[in-house]
Design a binder for this molecule. Structure first.
Ligand SMILES: Cc1ncc(COP(=O)(O)O)c(C=O)c1O
Length: 432
C-alpha cells in the first residue's frame, strides 16, 4: 500500500468543491487511492506525500522531452514577460506553422486551438463545410476528445456495440443529444470488410472519416498493414475528408507523426499533446484547398488559441525536435523496454500481445492478438490493474487504465529503463 495520508486529506477537501475531487474524470482512481501531485522533473513525479515515481503517464502523453524541461521553460518565461494575450497574432505563430508544414507531410496550412478536443471539433466542422455533408464515421474504441460529435462507442463495454457487421453507435455519456447519433457511423478498427460495407451504404453522405493512426486510447493497437491506406482510398472514392487524429502520435512516433511513419497522407490532421511539451496548444491542419475555406463562411476561432505559454513552448519544443534525433532515441529506449517486458511476461508463461511504438506502447494480457476494441475486451484487464498497482507501489507509474499506453520521453534514460525492468520483473513474479 502506498503511504498517502496527504493525498487522502486533499481528496477529502477536493470532494467538497470538485466533482470526484478532480478536474477530469480520468484523474480519479477511486476513494482513498487517488494521488495528488506535488512536483515533476524529467521523467520523475512526486506525490504530495513525497513518494517518487518513474512517470510513464506523462500527463496522458504531452511530455515528450521531460517535465520542466529547462530549454522550453526558460523560453516560455522569457516570452511571457512581454505579455501573454493581445488579440493579435505574434510572429512565433508563423514560425510554428512553418515548422509544422515542414515536418508533417500532409500539412499545408494550420490553425491553432487549445486542446485536442477543440482541434478535432474544428476539423470536423471544416470537413462538413467542405463536403456539404453531415455524417461522420469513427472507429470503436477511438477517442477524439470530449466533444459530442465523436464521444460515441469510445469506452463502453464492447458487448453493447452490437454485431460487428452492423455496429450500434453508443454515446459515452449522458447529456450527449441522441439526435447526434443519427450523424455518427461507427466501425470496428482494422476490419476491411465492415468498413467497405458501411462506406457502400453511407459513403456519399459522410463528410469525414476520423481515425487515430493506432488505437492510442485502446492499448496502442496498431493498424493492420494497408488499413490506413485503405481508408484513404475509400475516402477518395466517396469524396469524404480523411481526418487523421494525431493528438497522441503527432511529434511523438516521428517528427512527422504517423503520416511520416506510415507514409499516409490524410486531408486533415489534428495535433495537441507533444506539440508543446505539456503546455496548452493544439492545432489542426491539412490541404490548402480545404483549410482555405476557413474564414470564407466557415467559423473558427478561440480567445486562447494563441496563448503565449503554449505558443512559446511549441516553438521551443519543435526547434529541439527538428534539430536533434530526440524521437529516434526515445524510440530506441522504448523498444528496449517493450522487448524487456515481453521477455519478463513470456518467461513466466504469461501470454501477452505487445502493441505500439517505442514512444507509446501497451500490452494486452492473456491474448495473442488484438486488432480492435472488441478483441481487446477479451484480455485480462483485472490482472493488468493488479500489475499497475504493484508497480506504482514500487515507484513505476503507468496509467491505471489498461487502454492508456505507456508513454516515454527524452528524459527516460537507459538507467531508468533498466530500473523499470527490474521493478516489473519483481512485480510480474510476485503478482502471478
Ligand atoms: C487521439 C486523441 N484525440 C483527441 C484527444 C483530446 O485531447 P484533449 O484532452 O487535449 O482535449 C485525445 C486525448 O487524449 C486523444 O488521445
Amino acid at each position: 500500500m502506498i503511504n498517502n495520508p496527504k493525498s487522502k486529506a486533499l481528496q477529502e477537501r477536493a470532494f467538497r468543491f470538485l466533482p470526484l475531487g478532480v478536474n477530469s474524470n480520468f484523474r480519479y482512481w477511486g476513494e482513498g487511492i487517488t494521488l495528488y501531485m506535488s512536483k515533476a522533473q524529467g521523467c520523475t513525479l512526486w506525490d504530495v506525500d513525497g513518494n517518487q515515481y518513474i512517470d510513464y503517464r506523462l500527463g496522458f502523453g504531452p511530455i515528450i522531452l521531460g517535465h520542466s524541461y529547462p530549454e522550453v521553460d526558460e523560453f516560455v518565461k522569457e516570452e511571457i514577460t512581454r505579455g501573454t494575450m493581445a488579440a493579435m497574432t505574434v510572429e512565433l505563430e508563423l514560425e510554428i506553422a512553418e515548422m509544422m508544414v515542414e515536418m508533417c507531410p500532409s500539412v499545408e496550412m494550420v490553425r491553432f486551438a487549445c486542446s485536442g478536443t477543440e482541434a478535432t471539433m474544428h476539423a470536423i466542422r471544416v470537413a462538413r463545410a467542405y463536403t456539404g455533408r453531415d455524417k461522420i464515421l469513427k472507429f470503436e474504441g477511438m477517442y477524439h476528445g470530449f466533444q459530442d460529435y465523436t464521444l460515441w462507442s469510445t469506452y463502453s463495454p464492447a458487448e453493447v456495440y452490437g454485431n460487428r457487421h452492423s455496429p450500434i453507435p453508443i454515446p459515452a455519456s449522458s447529456g450527449i443529444p441522441r439526435a447526434i447519433g443519427d450523424l455518427v457511423i461507427t466501425a470496428p478498427f482494422n476490419d476491411f470488410e465492415v468498413f467497405d460495407k458501411l462506406m457502400r451504404s453511407h459513403g456519399e453522405q459522410i463528410a469525414a472519416v476520423i481515425v487515430e493512426p493506432c488505437m492510442g486510447n485502446c492499448a496502442a493497437i496498431e493498424p493492420l498493414p494497408g488499413f490506413l491506406h485503405h481508408i484513404r482510398q475509400r475516402c477518395n472514392e466517396y469524396g469524404c475528408v480523411m481526418i487523421l487524429d494525431e493528438v497522441k502520435t503527432g511529434f511523438r512516433i516521428a517528427n512527422g507523426g504517423a503520416q511520416e511513419y506510415y507514409g499516409i497522407y490524410p486531408d486533415l490532421a489534428t495535433y495537441a499533446k507533444a506539440l508543446a511539451n505539456g503546455y496548452p496548444l493544439a492545432a489542426f491542419g491539412g490541404k490548402r484547398e480545404i483549410m482555405s475555406i476557413i474564414g470564407r463562411g466557415v467559423a473558427q476561432g478561440g480567445t486562447f488559441n494563441n496563448n503565449k505559454c503554449g505558443v512559446a513552448a511549441a516553438y521551443a519544443t519543435l526547434k529541439i525536435l527538428k534539430s536533434r534525433p530526440v524521437l529516434k532515441e526515445i524510440e530506441n529506449r522504448g523498444e528496449r523496454l517493450k522487448k524487456g517486458l515481453f521477455e519478463i511476461f513470456s518467461s513466466q508463461g504469461i501470454p501477452i500481445c505487445m502493441n505500439g511504438y517505442g514512444a507509446m506502447f501497451s500490452y494486452a494480457i492473456g491474448v495473442e492478438k488484438v486488432t480492435d476494441q472488441r478483441s481487446f475486451s477479451q484480455s485480462d484487464q483485472e490482472y493488468y490493474l493488479r500489475l499497475v498497482e504493484a508497480a506504482i507501489e514500487r515507484g513505476v507509474m503507468p496509467d491505471h487504465d489498461p487502454r492508456e499506453p505507456w508513454f516515454l520521453c527524452y528524459s527516460h534514460t537507459d538507467e531508468v529503463i533498466d530500473r523499470t525492468l527490474e521493478v516489473m520483473e519483481e512485480v510480474v513474479k510476485t503478482t502471478r
